[in-house]
Design a binder for this molecule. Structure first.
Ligand SMILES: Cc1cc2nc3c(=O)[nH]c(=O)nc-3n(C[C@H](O)[C@H](O)[C@H](O)COP(=O)(O)OP(=O)(O)OC[C@H]3O[C@@H](n4cnc5c(N)ncnc54)[C@H](O)[C@@H]3O)c2cc1C
Length: 473
């Protein structure tokens, strides 16, 4: 039994179908028969980037998925060549990175997965069926099913909670006499606002304008998705939230001073009826389920239900998929179902660890700057390193490639502290010169017009590459 038909729930269902004769996927909302918006996943209205690692794992679980998405009109491209990337140190010059990226709406991805999951003869999907609680063995050591909102009880040999960021699992555990799970929350005070446009094709298929603590809270993600449409999310951290009316949204986007974004928006017409959607519940939240000494038998939690991340880092879907796969592997090697849950929960926690550190190390800065106006001593070296690394990303193609491979979760963050990168970060960081963002839609011309920081031996104090946002905007 799987609770929740999001990315985690769909992949878990796919994996469980290899092991069980019958898998029931229960979803509280309505699941549309076509690719389209649905309740239950308000985040789907916003740009969802899929790192290459997640795409690879999904392709293994759902062979042919990439080709199907491509046929549906989702652009597939080399990230280094077809993405316009701006960091605080300026526009990153385009260079082949060997990392494939694909842009699609979350609606299309979910629908493609859902269609394949439903086709499996072992799988039964029940939408409009909110789970209101777990059913327990008499001694409450084992989960034996779920209770639906109408009071109906569904028995299950194994229950997977994939009900997302707002999962009620902590409450269900407490009701059954378990200790309240420890939770860590790190909130960067980030909010998204997203519009969808019709616009002609440009020299890029994705645009990333990254924010940077503490003085550049604003950023943007734009993706060219199926149907030739453009999905554009602007965001602000540290409480600097984007408006959700069109004029305010456009003004906010304009404060980024990103010429690629400005040119796209100048030629873009908002899709009728698509509206502007905001999202504010973006805090990092991690439950320490694996630390509960007597974890219930036959219960596994995955995805955002266990750890939800600041979405700027685009890790959530990949983490969910990796966790579902780990559950499948744990099940494949197990004779005793009673022993599976605890083992699987530990693997789920291990998968969360690195993405959590990546997300939280940045967001702690927003948190500390907001609360105390400065960074704690222990975080300063991390930030010193990170800022120098980002400056190198603009100036050094090798560092950019390493950075992208970590961003796409193909390599571990250790790749960014290996001897070559470490030496460059310590001794060869470029001076921050005058850097302007690209103009026009032709990639080659953009790069030739970009003033790239020159490599120098020592770090120099300099002006910022991106216009500081107008905080009153
Ligand atoms: C604004 C925003 C942008 C994001 N951008 C990215 C991105 O670019 N890249 C990325 O990888 N990740 C991104 N994420 C994260 C990503 O959405 C999630 O990590 C991913 O969807 C995996 O979540 P999940 O399957 O655990 O839960 P969800 O996808 O949230 O699915 C949970 C499902 O459970 C259902 N449900 C909830 N309660 C019940 C119940 N009681 N009974 C039955 N069903 C229930 C819900 O209706 C929903 O269908 C973003 C998140 C946000 C908020």
């Amino acid at each position: 039994m799987v609770i929740g038909a999001g990315i985690g729930g769909l992949t878990a269902t796919r994996v469980l179908a290899d092991r069980f004769e019958r898998v029931v996927l229960v979803e509280s909302g309505v699941l549309p028969a076509v690719a389209g918006p649905r309740d239950g996943v308000p985040q789907a209205r916003h740009v969802h980037g899929m790192p290459a690692r997640g795409a690879r794992q999904l392709e293994e679980l759902f062979p042919g998925l990439r080709a199907e998405l491509t046929a549906a009109g989702a652009p597939l491209f080399d990230h280094g060549l077809r993405a316009s990337t701006t960091v605080f140190a300026g526009l990153v010059p385009r260079a082949r990175a060997g990392v494939q990226a694909q842009c699609f709406s979350r609606d299309l991805l979910e629908w493609s997965l859902r269609r394949r999951v439903v086709e499996q003869p072992q799988v039964r999907v029940r939408d409009r069926s909110p789970v209101t609680g777990l059913c327990w063995s008499r001694d409450a050591t084992r989960v034996v099913g779920v209770r639906l909102s109408g009071g109906e009880v569904l028995d299950a040999a194994l229950v997977v909670d994939a009900s997302g960021r707002f999962s009620k699992l902590p409450q269900w555990l407490v009701e059954a006499g378990y200790p309240r799970p420890a939770v860590q929350v790190v909130d960067a005070g980030l909010a998204y606002a997203t519009m969808v446009f019709d616009a002609p094709g440009r020299g890029f298929d994705a645009l990333q304008h990254m924010n940077s603590a503490p003085d550049l809270p604003r950023g943007a993600f734009v993706v060219h998705v199926e149907g030739g449409r453009w999905m554009a999310t602007v965001f602000g951290a540290g409480g600097d939230h984007p408006p959700t009316d069109e004029q305010g949204w456009r003004e906010f986007a304009g404060t980024l001073g990103n010429a690629d974004l400005d040119a796209l928006l100048a030629s873009a017409t908002p899709v009728k009826g698509a509206g502007i959607h905001g999202f504010k519940r973006t805090e990092n939240r991690r439950y320490a389920y694996a630390a509960i000494r007597r974890w219930p038998r036959r219960l596994v939690a995955i995805g955002d239900s266990v750890a939800a991340f600041d979405p700027v880092f685009g890790q959530g879907m990949t983490v969910s998929v990796l966790q579902a796969e780990a559950l499948g592997e744990t099940l494949a090697g197990a004779d005793d179902l009673d022993a599976v849950a605890r083992r699987a929960q530990r693997r789920v926690a291990a998968i969360v660890r690195t993405p959590w550190l990546m997300s939280v190390s940045e967001d702690l800065a927003w948190h500390h700057y907001r609360e105390r106006g400065t960074l704690p001593l222990w975080l300063r070296p991390v930030f010193w390193y990170k800022r120098r690394l980002i400056r190198l990303v603009v100036a050094d193609a090798e560092v950019f490639r390493a950075f992208l491979s970590v961003y796409h979760m193909v390599r571990s963050p250790a790749a960014l502290v290996g001897p070559r990168v470490l030496a460059k970060v310590c001794f060869r960081v470029p001076r921050l010169g005058p850097v302007k963002t690209a103009t026009g839609s032709d990639g080659a011309r953009q790069n030739s017009e970009t003033v790239v920081p020159r490599l120098r031996g020592a770090e120099a104090k300099g002006g910022r590459a991106c216009r500081k946002p107008n905080r009153s905007g």
